[in-house]
Design a protein. Sequence first.
Length: 120
Amino acid sequence: MSEEPKELTLFEKIANHTIPSDMVYEDDLCCAFKDINPCAPVHIIVVPKVCDGLTQLRYMREDQEQLVGHLMRVVGIVAMQQHLEPGYRVVINDGPDAQQTVLHLHIHVIGGKKCGWPPV
């Protein structure tokens, strides 16, 4: 008996270009695109192209450490491409209390204006 095909996440559909987006970066492992509801002048989301069970940071497997490190490197690349040299915020929402709405690990790169503190 074969397994039912898993439903792709929203971000997997964006990564495979099934759903259109304003893509700003793409490589073999991940992509970055403009948030559809930005909270700042620059609001980019960096995601692995394939979720592979990596829904939240707390569920990261040891074999996914290199991928998550790559995502963080891409955050820096995207920040430079977006001219965020004065500073930017990096956010990972993990779980419902953090307002995570898509169960596919993703990193927000937020900038283009002075960030306030605390960020709540």
